[in-house]
Design a protein around this ligand. Structure first.
Ligand code: IPD
Ligand code: CA
Ligand code: CA
Length: 269
């Protein structure tokens, strides 16, 4: 299954890279404020689904552009192009993200960065790999030495104040904050020890699924803003090496609003 996912991710990567040579020719549509989609997102998603479906016609799909379809214990969770805004500006930080969940448990994940030709893969219980070499989260154990990735809540402004509070404190208590612009790649970077931690508010399952498995299989921890499970449905995520995870939660904790605390059975939106 992982091999098929890799094949699908590479196909999508070629479509994206071919299009990156001629960005001016693309038609871009606003799905909502700051939420862009181009025909490249769609073509990449079609190629992925086509590849997965020809191998596993009965599996269900949850994909960013075409939504949910099928009914199976297996669901492929797909972001055909994570980092669309970067892509459309020619800023070469974006990726393809594909994960498989079986009965709601993530079992395989692929994140492919076509610019660096970096292929991140993970299967539950079998470790995480970057271009077939085993990766592990970093060993840094003091937040003040940590390089932390994040994403801004740039579509949903009700969390701005809480988020800025977190950012202000992390600014003072880490070695640096980065906002690369592709959540799946941020998580993959944590898995590879290139970043020490990551947090973001208001993500979708396809932004997080593959990257979260990568982090766990690389020995890291993933949770919602209170460190609990349910982040895929809730949309808010913290990921870090095991030493920095509680230290990040500690900072975040001080800025949580009622809205940002997980509600059983609901999302934190
Ligand atoms: C976005 C990117 C970005 C994150 C956004 C996502 P998209 O995905 O992952 O880093 O901050 O919240 O929606 O729209 O480029 O697939
Ligand atoms: Ca995305
Ligand atoms: Ca996307």
């Amino acid at each position: 299954m992982l091999n098929i996912a890799v094949k699908a991710a590479r196909r999508a990567g070629s479509i994206i890279m071919r299009a990156s040579d001629n960005l001016d020719a693309l038609t871009v549509r606003h799905k909502s404020l700051n939420d862009l989609v181009s025909e490249v997102d769609r073509a990449a998603e079609e190629a992925i689904i086509d590849t997965l479906k020809s191998a596993y016609p009965d599996h269900a799909i949850l994909a960013e552009e075409s939504g949910a379809s099928g009914d199976s214990e297996y669901t492929w969770i797909i972001d055909p192009l994570d980092g669309t805004t970067n892509f459309l500006h020619g800023f070469p930080v974006y990726c393809v993200s594909i994960a498989l969940a079986q009965k709601g448990v993530l079992t395989h994940g692929v994140v492919f960065d076509p610019n660096r030709n970096d292929l991140y893969t993970a299967s539950r219980g079998a470790g995480a790999f970057l271009n077939d070499r085993r990766i592990r989260v970093s060993k840094r154990d003091r937040l003040i030495d940590g390089l932390v990735a994040t994403g801004f809540p740039f579509r949903m402004f009700k969390h701005t104040d809480a988020y800025v509070g977190m950012m202000k404190e992390f600014m003072q208590k880490t070695a640096g904050i980065r906002r690369p612009g592709a959540a799946a790649l941020d998580l993959a970077s944590v898995a590879a020890g290139r970043m020490d931690g990551f947090w973001e508010i208001g993500l979708s399952p396809w932004d997080m699924a593959a990257g979260a498995l990568l982090v766990q299989e690389a020995g890291g921890l993933v949770g919602d803003l209170e460190g609990n499970e349910g982040y895929l449905a809730g949309g808010n995520i913290v990921a870090a090496n095991p030493k920095l995870f509680p230290q990040m939660l500690d900072v975040i904790q001080r800025h949580l609003t009622t809205d940002l605390r997980a509600r059983p059975g609901g999302t934190t939106g």
